[in-house]
Design a protein around this ligand. Structure first.
Ligand code: PMV
Length: 318
């Protein structure tokens, strides 16, 4: 039995603006999603997602009255098959999905799942799908989950690494020393699709204001990326906190995120912000000297967290 992996990610700077073509700075996490395929009768088994184990029957064996749109995961599975040109009836397999990322946490769980599942389906049928074919299949699945994904999650989920992503150019790797980050979980689940839509509506209603904010975020990403290249973590932290202010203006922060950012800065973090879609999900804090102090501050307020290392020196686990 072979297993296939997709990496989780953190966006250090630039989420939401990246949907509008601006750059974003992102990194793979050691944590991700693993999918393994075995001969079976068409079940999808999900575990370790921070939720009870879930079993879903796959569409080839579903009754004809089932509408795929009722279940995002099944629709995503179908989108992958469609993209890879596979007839669902030829797949007599079970897929076991094991995630080390909580769902809806802003850590790229859906893209990691999409990439790992696309690879596992290709592997199960011995298709040897190319990397561009896996990217297209994962993009089709991400479009089910997100509506209008920028592709940043998927690029990192597929290739790992650390760098600046733009819709136009894809991921351009950035050479940088390892950067330790605290990742804190708000405990509030979010739907990226809803948040991306919220920003789109604001952009439609207040185009001048949002254009200024999105452009400002693009500038912060450039400042942050050059700070990373110089090894200037103070400047990177500053860019992160300013990015958080702009994201709050876009309406994608929430009470828990604000509290966690304040706690992190109070505990000595050089910068803190939401990561991913916002509205809940996760917060990152840059506290290279004493990450445990930030974690302790979060813990005392009831927030779970972990420490990770990103950067070109940080090898994601295979
Ligand atoms: O919430 P996540 O982990 O799926 O991250 C979404 C990032 C956004 O910029 C908000 C959307 C996107 O497609 O880039």
């Amino acid at each position: 039995m072979s297993s296939f992996r997709g990496f989780g990610k953190v966006i250090l700077l630039g989420e939401h603006a990246v949907v509008y073509g601006y750059p974003a700075l992102a990194a793979a996490l050691e944590r991700g999603v693993e999918v393994s395929a075995t001969r079976g009768d068409g079940m999808l088994l999900l575990s370790g997602l921070g939720a009870p184990e879930v079993r879903k029957r796959l569409p080839a064996l579903l009754p004809p009255e089932f509408r795929a749109g009722e279940d995002a995961l099944i629709s995503a599975y179908q989108a992958i098959l469609g993209s890879l040109g596979i007839d669902p009836r030829v797949l007599r397999h079970d897929f076991a999905v094991r995630s080390e990322l909580p769902l809806g946490s802003g850590l790229g769980s859906s893209a990691a799942l999409a990439v790992a599942l696309a690879r596992a389906i290709s592997g199960a049928l011995g298709l040897g799908a190319s990397e561009p074919a896996i990217a297209a299949a994962a993009h089709a699945a991400e479009s089910v989950f997100h509506g209008n994904p920028s592709g940043i999650d998927q690029a990192i989920a597929q290739h790992g690494g650390f760098g600046v992503y733009r819709r136009a150019t894809g991921l351009v790797p950035l050479l940088a020393d390892s950067i330790p980050l605290c990742v804190g979980l708000t405990g509030r689940c979010h739907e990226t699709r809803t948040l991306v839509q919220r920003v789109a509506e604001l952009h439609r209603d207040e185009p001048v204001m949002t254009s200024r904010v999105l452009e400002g975020i693009g500038v912060l990403v450039q400042e942050g990326a050059s700070a990373v290249l110089r090894g200037d973590l103070v400047a990177l932290g500053h860019a992160m906190s300013r990015n958080q202010e702009e994201l709050a203006v876009l309406g994608v922060s929430c009470r828990e995120i604000d509290t966690m950012c304040t706690l992190a800065r109070g505990a000595g973090a050089l910068g803190a912000k939401l990561t991913g879609g916002g509205g809940g999900g996760s917060v990152i804090a840059l506290a290279p000297d004493d990450p445990e102090k930030v974690r302790a501050a979060w813990r005392s307020a009831g927030f779970e967290s972990f420490v990770t290392t990103v950067g070109s020196g940080a090898e994601p686990l295979a």
